[in-house]
Design a protein around this ligand. Structure first.
Ligand code: F6P
Length: 481
């Protein structure tokens, strides 16, 4: 029986550790990836005694989680060694079919698509009997989290729930443990009621009421907070009972710089310099993710080379894509299309000594950091993005005062404002013009913009971001019911 002793519980689907097998079949413990995990990991480094509850995402994790005493990974020596920070981790071994239906079917293929407006509406979404079975799995998945959290949280403790996998959790926790203070933060965008209401009416209600079970609901920007409130007013007929606040996560320059100057990154940078020589670099680093809009980024780069042909031979586009969500056919197809387009551009415009697009689809953190250090222009053109932390990382790490070309639908656009060159992510010609302007920008204008960009990129680093939320959540008047 777990001990009810955690004053602070953080809850998310993905946790700070991934466990799989290496080539020899030995267990390999690695840091979990993505913006949420890295931000939270830094934030929790100053919260001794906290417990992070996450899902076991693969079979090996499920079996290790089942064997851990009190489900706590600190009882498993190699896991304890791999964890950075003074917090403990509880991994939930939810059965595989339920987990797959909840994570792939609902969180990734439905909620992520709604929140990022990714549906191909003549064909998808389809809410049918199969989808309803996945929805039931999502409900069970949220219930499993509720059961564990309510068993380990101390009296009057604080629970900080993260993201769209767990939209139902705040209300479930509140029902069982009205003594707890509950914060909910969503790292994604939100959408207005017209698009959100594509979901079945009962599902809209359950999701909005689930999130509203929190005392405080946090977003990266005002735009997403307003969209959420508009959904509550229009689809629930009332304002959310929760307090809705904005906490825009930024990056920790000191920690990032320390990581980006380790030996493995220096070596990756040397390799990169051999590959690109003294050419200018338009760089980007993303998850291989539909919403990141890499295809239109490549089209814009091609149009730049054709319409502003003086750049041919003088600039290289480095596209760094970390493989992601490969269980979903949409992601596999999209990655294939990215590969094909990059090859077409290279065949069409490349020469014997110049390859216009250097595409990597792999997990190679040192090489990704080296790309950011070497970039003259950073391209971040998502269709929609909660914030986009990579642009902040690129701004901090670029050794060439990189110009930031940023989608107006990324939360980061609200933060960076006119120091960045903002583009409509669907307007490929406008993006090509912005790349031309960025590549041609005089040194003093670059330097002046960099001052503003760096200040904005580092204004609320993870530790301060989390502390600000905790303060508001702990100060909130708990409203029960
Ligand atoms: O944007 C929300 C987010 O949680 C990011 O923080 C993270 O990079 C991504 O989604 C993780 O997705 P997944 O856990 O499915 O790889």
């Amino acid at each position: 029986m777990p001990v009810q002793d955690a004053d602070l519980v953080v809850v998310s689907n993905r946790g700070p550790l991934t466990i799989d097998a290496d080539e020899e079949g030995e267990d390999r413990y690695q840091r979990g990836g993505g913006g949420l995990v890295s931000g939270m990991q830094t934030a929790l480094s100053e919260s001794p005694g906290a417990v992070w509850v996450c899902a076991a995402m693969r079979e090996r994790e499920r079996s290790i989680a089942r064997g851990a005493s009190g489900r706590r990974l600190s009882s498993v020596p190699p896991a304890a060694e791999a964890l950075h920070g003074d917090f403990d981790v509880v991994m939930l071994p939810i059965d595989a079919p339920t987990y797959r239906a909840a994570y792939n079917g609902i969180a990734n293929a439905t909620l992520w698509f709604v929140l990022h407006m990714l549906f191909d509406s003549p064909r998808r979404p389809v809410f049918d009997a199969r989808w309803r079975r996945q929805w039931a799995a999502y409900q069970r998945y949220n219930l499993a989290f509720a059961e564990t959290v309510t068993q380990i949280a101390a009296d009057n403790g604080t629970v900080m729930v993260q993201d769209y996998h767990l939209f139902l959790l705040p209300a479930l926790i509140r029902r069982q443990r009205p003594d707890l203070r509950i914060g909910f933060f969503t790292h994604t965008p939100w959408v207005g009621p017209d698009y959100f209401s594509a979901l079945p009416a009962d599902v809209c209600r359950e999701l909005l009421e689930g999130v509203s079970g929190a005392d405080v609901v946090g977003f990266h920007t005002r735009r997403w907070a307003d969209d959420f409130e508009a959904c509550c007013e229009s689809l629930l007929g009332a304002r959310s009972r929760a307090r809705v606040e904005v906490f825009g996560l930024r990056t920790d320059a000191r920690e990032l710089n320390a990581r980006a100057h380790r030996r493995d990154v220096e070596s990756a940078l040397r390799d990169l310099n051999v590959a690109v020589g003294d050419r200018l670099v338009v760089g980007r680093v993303d998850r291989a993710e539909l919403s990141k809009n890499v295809l239109r980024g490549l089209l814009a780069f091609r149009e730049l080379l054709v319409r502003y042909s003086e750049w041919q031979g003088r600039v290289v586009h480095i596209v760094f894509d970390n493989p992601s969500r490969e269980d979903l056919v949409e992601y596999r197809d999209y990655t294939r299309d990215v590969q094909e387009l990059a090859e077409n551009i290279n065949d069409e415009l490349g020469t014997e000594d110049w390859t216009p697009v250097l595409l990597s689809i792999e997990h190679d953190y040192p090489a990704a950091l080296a790309t950011l250090r070497r970039s003259d222009v950073l391209l971040v053109n998502p269709i929609r993005d909660g914030m986009n932390l990579v642009i902040f990382e690129g701004i901090v790490l670029s050794e060439r005062s990189a110009v930031a070309v940023v989608s107006e639908n990324a939360g980061a656009a609200e933060v960076l404002g006119s120091d960045a060159l903002l583009v409509n992510p669907f307007d490929v010609s406008q993006t090509a013009d912005a790349l031309h302007r960025a590549l041609s920008m005089p040194v003093d204008e670059r330097a002046a913009r960099t001052v503003g960009l760096r200040a904005a990129a580092t204004q609320l680093p993870p530790t301060a971001w989390f502390a600000a939320q905790l303060e508001v959540v702990r100060d909130s008047d708990s409203v029960s019911g």
